[in-house]
Design a protein around this ligand. Structure first.
Ligand code: RB5
Length: 148
């Protein structure tokens, strides 16, 4: 799978581990930065990955900041994005199976590298179940249209 990844300064080390892990599993990774330890603004990277997902440049996105919150909030402002903060595998599984989320977010100050890898693996292995969940996802996305 082609996966876009983005992060702020708090997540450089964790991102490197996740990229290595994804490549070992045979995924293609597009890195949208940051790759500097300088303090930066996470909305820049959240938006970049979100736009790559919506355009189809990548199939899924992974975002990492200190908590996963700010960067996912930014991504969720892009039409078509459903980004979920997941700090353990059960939520990651449900975010795919029931909510058909297209961006996984987590916090480098919240989860360690091994837990983060489990979260990522669960996310990528889980398919959307469709059915009644499709109706609810459609209802979520219809809220965006009311904002136009
Ligand atoms: C940066 O200090 C921190 O605010 C950011 O990484 C993130 O946790 C915001 O939600």
């Amino acid at each position: 799978m082609k996966i876009g990844i983005g992060n702020d300064h708090s997540a450089l080390e964790l991102k490197a581990e996740i990229i290595e892990h994804l490549k070992e599993k045979g995924h293609e990774v597009v890195d949208f930065g940051t790759n500097s330890p300088e303090s930066c603004d996470y909305p820049v990277y959240g938006e970049a990955v979100a736009r790559a997902v919506v355009s189809g440049e990548v199939e899924q996105g992974i975002l990492i900041c200190g908590t996963g919150l700010g960067i996912s909030l930014a991504a969720n402002k892009v039409k078509g994005i459903r980004a979920a903060v997941c700090s353990e595998p059960f939520t990651a599984k449900m975010a795919r199976a029931h909510n058909n989320c297209n961006i996984l977010a987590f916090g480098a100050r919240v989860v360690g590298a091994e837990l983060a890898k489990m979260i990522v693996d669960t996310w990528l292995e889980t398919e959307f179940e469709g059915g009644r969940h499709q109706r609810r996802v459609d209802m979520i996305m219809a809220i965006e249209d009311k904002e136009d």
